[in-house]
Write a protein that binds this ligand. Structure first.
Ligand SMILES: Nc1ncnc2c1ncn2[C@@H]1O[C@H](COP(=O)(O)OP(=O)(O)OP(=O)(O)O)[C@@H](O)[C@H]1O
Ligand SMILES: [Mg+2]
Length: 389
């Protein structure tokens, strides 16, 4: 008896180009604040995005899609991420980039299908009989190996659970001990054990221990109320892709032939394009007709300065008026993204030059070292015979 919980497969996020974006920054009436939640300007698009959030929350968005249209670096991706932030982590958000779709091994439609399934969430509600509480004791009881030979095996585990109302001591099957170890359950953790399956879920550390010095980020949870043995509503948020993964895991006993025939099955989905149809935005006409289009517009210089300033703050880089001015001229000349990208190298250079504030000369030095896309593309166009076609 071993029941595993379906683990969500959301991709992990590092500090990235949009880490400063925390939400849409809207007022209660739905209008956008000039600068809030990491976003600056682009008021109309943000307001429109607010309505989209409402539509999704009120479950009126299914079967619809949104297209953000506007020049590069005008915040299309940033606003999409803000929508995801507003919706919270329970609504799956699946970012992908164009290059993920191009592979000689997997069909484009397959990649897209997987991503769609990653983006469709299900909430599973179940009433389960559980034992829940703070672990007060966790003792594996050993016995001589019944098969003979050396060593001992664990015959059962004694676990003590405490709630605000009472305590209980349970004698558990050794298979549960493995799960307890896998989840790294220790005394002082709040857990629940499903009575039917024996599945263990560690909910966090009991907040009685919240003051203890702890370097690792821990989630503290209150001591459960009620009895140790009770009925509990368990809510699990998974995506269709999570279920696919769970179902695809070998359960043992499957014969090779049926596996083979599954592998050999021809894949039927294939979209073929027609050459002479013009597709605005690179999207077929009939799909485009079904989209809501949100427009983003180029930024004014003041907004560019503000955005760069916010980025510098998020990256912990000290920069003052002159530096910001230099970067915003660069943003105007090439792109906002390039200017934002120059922040880190400029700060490294300023440190090398023995400063802790990024000065215009550091920025110029960085801009000399790292070319922007426009200049690079221009160089290619000017000297076509020197490069590979
Ligand atoms: N209104 C804004 N407020 C704060 N930061 C912004 C704003 N708009 C863009 N940014 C930041 O500027 C950078 C470029 O923006 P973003 O990547 O969203 O542009 P995009 O419209 O998606 O461009 P592309 O068409 O090239 O994909 C990102 O780091 C983004 O977080
Ligand atoms: Mg983008």
């Amino acid at each position: 008896m071993k029941i595993e919980e379906v683990k969500s497969t959301t991709k992990t996020q590092r500090i990235n180009a949009h880490s400063h974006v925390k939400g849409l920054g809207l007022n209660d009436d739905g209008t956008a604040q000039a600068s809030a939640a990491g976003l600056v300007g682009q008021l109309q698009a943000r307001e429109a995005a607010g309505y989209i959030v409402d539509l999704i929350r009120s479950k009126k968005m299914s079967g619809r899609a949104i297209l953000f249209a506007g020049p590069p670096g005008t915040g299309k991706t940033a606003i999409s991420l803000a929508i995801a932030q507003e919706l919270g982590s329970k609504v799956p958000f699946c970012p992908m980039v164009g290059s993920e779709v191009y592979s000689s091994e997997i069909k484009k439609t397959e990649v897209l299908m997987e991503n769609f399934r990653r983006a469709i969430g299900l909430r599973i509600k179940e009433v389960k009989e559980v034992y829940e509480g703070e672990v007060t004791e966790l003792t594996p009881v050993e016995t001589e190996n019944p098969m003979g030979g050396y060593g001992k095996t664990i015959s059962h585990v004694i676990i003590g659970l405490k709630t605000a109302k009472g305590t209980k001591q349970l004698k558990l099957d050794p298979s549960i001990y493995e799960t307890l170890q896998k989840e790294r359950v220790e005394s002082g953790d709040v857990i629940y054990i499903e009575a039917n399956s024996g599945a263990v879920k560690r909910q966090g550390r009991s907040d009685t221990y919240a003051t203890e010095f702890d370097l690792e980020a821990e989630e503290y949870v209150p001591l459960p109320k009620g009895d140790v043995h009770k009925k509990k509503e368990v809510i699990q948020d998974v995506t269709l892709h999570d279920l696919d993964v769970a179902n695809a895991q070998p359960q043992g006993g499957q014969d090779v032939m049926s596996m083979m025939s599954q592998l050999m099955k021809p894949k039927k989905t294939e979209i073929t394009g027609t050459e002479d149809v013009v597709s605005p935005h690179g999207i077929p006409r009939d799909l485009l007709d079904r989209l809501i289009i949100v427009r983003t517009k180029p930024y004014g210089i003041d907004q560019v300065v503000q955005i760069i300033k916010i980025r510098a703050q998020t990256e912990g880089i000290h920069i003052e008026a002159e530096g910001l001015k230099e970067l915003s001229t660069i943003a105007e000349r090439s792109s906002l993204r390039y200017a934002v990208r120059l922040l880190t190298p400029s700060s490294v250079l300023s440190q090398q030059n023995g400063r802790d504030v990024v000065e215009p000369e550091d920025i110029r030095e960085a801009a000399d070292l790292f070319m922007d896309a426009k200049t690079s593309a221009q160089m290619l166009a000017d000297n076509p015979d020197q490069f590979m076609k």
